[in-house]
Design a protein around this ligand. Structure first.
Ligand code: FAD
Ligand code: NDP
Ligand code: HEM
Ligand code: FE
Length: 422
């Protein structure tokens, strides 16, 4: 057993207050990181270890002892040990009796064991109050302080007093406890970090379906139809022209789907006459994945801009321009400069660029690090104002100024006329 003089730096407690001692079993990555954070927040830390010697990696100010000695120092014991090594705890049943054991463990696979790790721990050492907590916080985040995205700590346990005490600790570390109920919820909490982007699944599949649908629609219209009708090979449209139709259409459809559930929710609330009733599951889920839908829409808009930038360097476009010039020279037929077309073409692209700028602005203000710095009114303003203006601009840029303009006065055609008429 070795004692180190306390030279930690309590930030939140006054020196006159008695420091609460917390015991951490296991001197691995997570135990050390959590210990350091707790020391900084004014707790006394005692580590329990198989080999209790002070290593340079352990935070200054902590004590290290054998598991059984350490357990006697505190009634809150954090088990920062992998589930596979819980066996040694059975030898400590006596000293652990009546104490609060905090299970922080994670597994490698979803539903790896028949029962959750926390329930297993409760069975292994009966007479203790097991509380599940901290498993969604990573050692790295604790050390680097980069906890913006994951300040929430899911908590569950059968003893409400024990849970309350752990929640107090969580709060004093600057984190937000979220009570998920009894220990039965541990399974869900343990599976949570293993789920791969749960909120991305639906938006991802939806955008895949949209892309495939619009892609085949365009292929039928622009490749198969000309081939069947005129025996013309237009397959070269597959890599750029068609994707450059699919991407902006998918972007706009997804953008509409970001704001549609809000409208449905509002109608539903008006219809029910209250906002205090749960939405149906499908609507709830849809509302929760709007951010992901929005970001995918922004991604598609980015792709559309990139694909548009390469239009002038495409062989097919350059060939068409050259060919037109040569044809005009041979036939001695001039194509007079049209101010109207020029205006329309520039406005078309300008609106596209402005729309894209507003789209990006919307995305940037939605970043947590940015949205944390604006107040609710500012956030609503940015979310609502550019969105409605942006959508109007984009729609007008898509619909074009005239429903059926003559070929030379269509701004879209003047930009990439070769793509339309060949
Ligand atoms: C590029 C881009 C990036 C985006 N990034 C993010 C992001 O990072 N984070 C993010 O959250 N969104 C993001 N979004 C999505 C979008 O910005 C928001 O979903 C948008 O603010 C929703 O506004 P709304 O008016 O449709 O709905 P809301 O403001 O949610 O309101 C709609 C209606 O539903 C009611 N309502 C809403 N929620 C509840 C509820 N739980 N219970 C009861 N009533 C409720 C409201 O009172 C209102 O009547 C992004 C979108 C885009 C395009
Ligand atoms: N790392 C992370 O970011 C996170 C980890 N967790 C959870 O925290 C727990 C600890 O993780 P982590 O610190 O990364 O793991 P480590 O492997 O780094 O540390 C585990 C510690 O357990 C102790 N231990 C006790 N008995 C045994 C044994 N028989 N064999 C090996 N080690 C033993 C050891 O401490 P000693 O040598 O002092 O006895 C060891 O340092 C795990 O349950 C993990 O799921 C949860 C969230 C995030
Ligand atoms: C820098 C910004 C932009 C520029 C320069 C631009 C330019 C263009 C061009 C040249 C076309 C014609 C492409 C073709 O016919 O193959 C086009 C089409 C289109 N753009 Fe944009 N655009 C921009 C941003 C946007 C944004 C942000 C959106 C909305 C998400 C958007 C939506 C559309 C749509 C829906 C079409 C029609 C696709 C079709 O059916 O052909 N554009 N744009
Ligand atoms: Fe076009």
């Amino acid at each position: 057993m070795e004692k180190i003089s306390t030279d930690a730096f309590p930030l939140t407690m006054h020196s006159s207050e008695k420091q609460e001692t917390i015991c951490i079993f296991g001197t691995g990555d997570f135990g050390r990181s959590l210990g350091l954070k707790m020391l900084q927040c004014g707790y006394s830390i005692v580590f329990g270890s198989r080999t209790p010697r002070m290593s340079s990696l352990l935070p200054n100010g902590a004590e290290v002892m054998s598991y059984s000695d350490a357990a006697q120092k505190s009634d809150i014991i954090i088990i920062a040990v992998h589930r596979e090594h819980y066996d040694f705890l059975t030898e400590l049943t006596e000293v652990l009796n009546g104490k609060i054991l905090v299970d922080v463990s994670n597994n490698l696979k979803i539903n790896q064991y028949p029962e959750s790790n926390a329930e297993y721990l409760a069975q292994l050492v009966p007479g203790t109050h097991v509380v599940k907590a901290f498993n969604t916080i990573s050692a790295w985040a604790l050390q680097s302080g980069a906890l913006d995205a994951s300040r929430q700590v899911f908590i569950c346990g059968n003893d409400s007093k024990a849970k309350q005490r752990v929640m107090d600790v969580v709060r004093s570390l600057g984190l937000t406890p979220l009570d998920k109920g009894s220990l039965v919820a541990a399974n869900e909490i343990e599976n949570y970090p293993l789920q791969l982007f749960p909120m991305w699944k639906f938006p991802f599949y939806l955008s895949a379906v949209l892309c495939v649908f619009f892609f085949f629609y365009c292929v039928i219209r622009e490749v198969i139809y000309p081939y069947v009708h005129e025996k013309r090979d237009r397959t070269f449209r597959l890599p750029i022209s068609i994707p450059n139709r699919v991407f902006p259409i998918a972007a706009l459809t997804l953008l509409a789907l970001v704001y549609l559930p809000g409208v449905i929710a509002a109608i539903l609330q008006l219809y029910r006459g209250t906002k205090y009733r749960r939405f149906p599951d499908w609507l709830d889920h849809w509302m929760l994945c709007r951010k992901q839908l929005g970001l995918i829409a922004l991604g598609f808009a980015f792709l559309h801009v990139l694909y548009t930038l390469v239009i002038p360097i495409r062989y097919y476009v350059r060939w068409t321009w050259n060919n037109r010039t040569v044809t005009q020279a041979i036939t001695k037929k001039e194509d007079p400069f049209s101010t109207t077309t020029s205006w329309l073409s520039d406005s078309y692209v300008a609106l596209g660029m402005l729309g894209f700028f507003l789209f990006v602005l919307l995305g940037i203000t939605s970043l947590p690090s940015v949205s944390n710095t604006v107040n609710w009114r500012e956030f609503r303003f940015v979310q609502e104002y550019p969105e409605s203006r942006g959508a109007t601009m984009m729609m007008s840029s898509i619909l074009g100024p005239e429903p059926n303009p003559p070929p030379s006065s269509n701004p879209k055609q003047s930009l990439d006329s070769a793509l339309i008429k060949q």
